[in-house]
Design a protein around this ligand. Structure first.
Ligand code: PBG
Ligand code: ZN
Length: 327
């Protein structure tokens, strides 16, 4: 005889029971694969700090995405890696800007079958490496807004489906929405990096696009990781400025923020599983410290369980290629 009547282990007895009571399911349709596009032709170079992720020229990108499309990747995010950087971030603008060239080629080939998101920020294009225009030694919020607005409009003209501003300037979502609407792009979606923290986990990314600030850091515009209430304020402002999707970034060290945002807001929530989070998994797997599939599925599930509807993740190609979700 035992006096234990509550035995939670009953519902863990075998796979059929565990699957039946599972609370969280991963969905590929919520996942977006990021890509880095550089100028030139026939270039495809692996990024040393991000195994399996490349910088590639638009022609090569088109082929890679065509292969990935066959695997089941239907949603992509593009980052530009320009040859020239200057104070005005001029290579971010115009139809010849490298991301615009890539977006146009992708939309010509795939049309509505591929959802194309583009990051909007100046850090890859400014000679300072800052996300905004530097004037009088400071990252000038209001001088940056018209440049971001133009960048967004040019992307929309190239056929981009979704604009994702990651600069963290105040008022940029509203400015971009107005810019898009004035040009007739009322259907272009804005996925705002609303709560973007100043994070050491962006290290490998800055390596990839060569965008580390030459002087100072990003703490004057990206959020302080000691703060959660402030994230809710940032999100509320972006919703007020008509963001369609809000994003929290990074993901894994900020699950509390995702969870609280889920409880407080009705919009779709995206979480960015950033470069450093990806590289950590890759390094552990490479050293044999843990199994890559198990790490990836645990991380993706945790982000989903916290409340994210959408996950931007460099792991998506591996998930599909290796059939990690089964089926
Ligand atoms: C540009 C931008 C960054 C990331 C996305 N957009 C880098 C940064 O803010 O320094 C990070 C993405 C990643 O680490 O995977 N502002
Ligand atoms: Zn930036």
């Amino acid at each position: 005889m035992t006096d234990i009547i509550h035995r939670p282990r009953r519902l863990r007895v075998n796979q059929l029971v565990r699957d039946m009571v599972a609370e969280t399911t991963l969905k590929i349709d919520g996942m977006i694969q990021p890509y880095f596009v550089c100028e030139g032709k026939a270039i495809k170079n692996e990024i040393p700090s991000m195994p399996g992720i490349y910088r590639e020229s638009p022609d090569s990108l088109l082929k890679s995405i065509a292969d990935d499309f066959e695997l089941g990747i239907k949603r992509v995010m593009l980052f530009g890696v320009p040859d020239k950087k200057d104070a005005a971030a001029s290579s971010a603008l115009g139809e010849n800007a490298v991301v615009n060239v890539a977006v146009k080629a992708l939309k010509d080939k795939f049309g509505e079958n591929l959802f194309v998101v583009a990051d909007v920020c100046l850090c890859a294009y400014t000679d300072s490496g800052h996300c905004g225009i530097v004037a009088n030694g400071k990252v000038d919020n209001d001088k940056t807004l018209p440049v971001l607005r133009q960048m967004a409009v040019d992307l929309a003209k190239s056929g981009c489906d979704c604009i994702a501003p990651s600069d963290m300037m105040d008022g940029r979502v509203g400015e971009i929405r107005n810019g898009l609407d004035d040009e007739g792009f009322t259907d272009t979606i804005i996925m705002a990096y609303s709560a973007k923290y100043a994070s050491a986990y962006y290290g490998p990314f800055r390596d990839a696009v060569d965008s580390a600030p030459h002087e100072g850091d990003r703490r004057g515009y990206q959020m302080d990781y000691r703060n959660r209430r402030e994230a809710l304020k940032e999100i509320a402002l972006d919703i007020d400025e008509a963001a369609d999707i809000i994003m929290i970034k990074p993901a894994l060290a900020y699950l509390d923020v995702i969870s609280q945002a889920r409880a407080m807001f009705e919009l779709p929530i995206a979480a960015y599983n950033v470069s450093g989070e990806y590289s950590m998994v890759k390094l552990m797997a490479r050293e044999g410290y843990a199994d890559e599939q198990q790490l990836v599925l645990e991380n993706m599930t945790a982000i989903t369980r916290a409340g994210a509807d959408i996950i931007l993740t460099y792991h998506l190609r591996d998930i599909l290629k290796q059939g990690w979700l089964g089926g």
